[in-house]
Design a protein around this ligand. Structure first.
Ligand code: ADP
Ligand code: MG
Length: 232
């Protein structure tokens, strides 16, 4: 059942990989259930290989669970056709990864506006331009709109990736080790920025990190261990 007050709800989600060599199944996620309300923030920590990316990819509609249900904004993701799933991914979810995945030949502004290209309505186009300018100023990049990613520092590039993830006004922002390629000072700044944007934009945030001091900036911290998700 979907909880009407939850933006995201997982019910008994498991993920198994079948082995070709033996009858053994690799069970990465075991019976995970939790719910998040709009504008909440959580961190998920856990050692390398514990299944953090697997879990985030399932929530982000990039992967499907072996069993269990995922409800996003009242919709059962398993019931959606590929086309509808692509729409949910583009409009409701913002993704940030360890690598920024910016296009090197496009400017900062063009990179940020990439997710909006599928939306053909003219009024929306203006809104996106305004939103892009506002958010880029918000993260301190108002002087860099027409620069290319190669002209920016690692921290600046990752801030562009954050703005690109927010441009469609998603309800859910998923960040998979977004500080993995940054030094300590930039990592702390990035975690601080994500926590601030979570409040300012009222976007629900899941931060995956293996740094506990960054995780503690979120409202709740969960640990993934042996396939189970435990609040720590
Ligand atoms: P984390 O992000 O916490 O480092 P991952 O979610 O990337 O962990 O991976 C969890 C486990 O799932 C790892 O042991 C990994 O080897 C395994 N795994 C991921 N994808 C596959 C796959 N397609 N087939 C088999 N095992 C996989
Ligand atoms: Mg990972």
């Amino acid at each position: 059942m979907a909880d009407a007050t939850a933006l995201l709800q997982l019910n008994h989600v498991s993920k198994r990989y079948d082995s070709l060599q033996s009858a053994e199944h690799l069970e990465i996620l075991r019976d995970i259930s939790f719910a998040l309300r709009q504008a909440e923030s959580i961190a998920i920590i856990g050692p390398s290989g514990s299944g953090k990316s697997t879990l985030l990819n399932i929530i982000g509609t990039l992967d499907r669970p072996s069993s269990g249900e995922v409800f996003l904004d009242g919709k059962d993701l398993a019931q959606l056709a590929d086309r509808e799933l692509a729409h949910v991914r583009n409009h409701k979810i913002g993704l940030i990864f360890q690598a920024h995945h910016l296009l090197p030949q496009c400017t900062v502004l063009e990179n940020v506006l990439l997710p909006t290209l599928a939306d053909k309505s003219a009024p929306a186009k203006e809104t996106y331009q305004d939103r892009a300018s506002r958010l880029l100023s918000r993260v301190g990049l108002n002087q860099r709109l027409h620069h290319r990613p190669g002209q920016l520092s690692g921290g600046e590039r990752q801030r562009v990736a954050v703005v690109r993830a927010l441009i469609m006004q998603p309800k859910l922002l998923l960040a998979d080790e977004p500080t993995g390629a940054l030094d300590r000072a930039n990592s702390e700044e990035m975690a601080q920025l994500l926590a601030e944007l979570n409040r300012e934009e009222q976007v629900t945030l899941i931060l995956v990190t293996h740094a506990l001091e960054l995780a503690k900036r979120m409202e709740r911290v969960y640990e993934l261990r042996e396939g189970k998700l435990l609040q720590s």
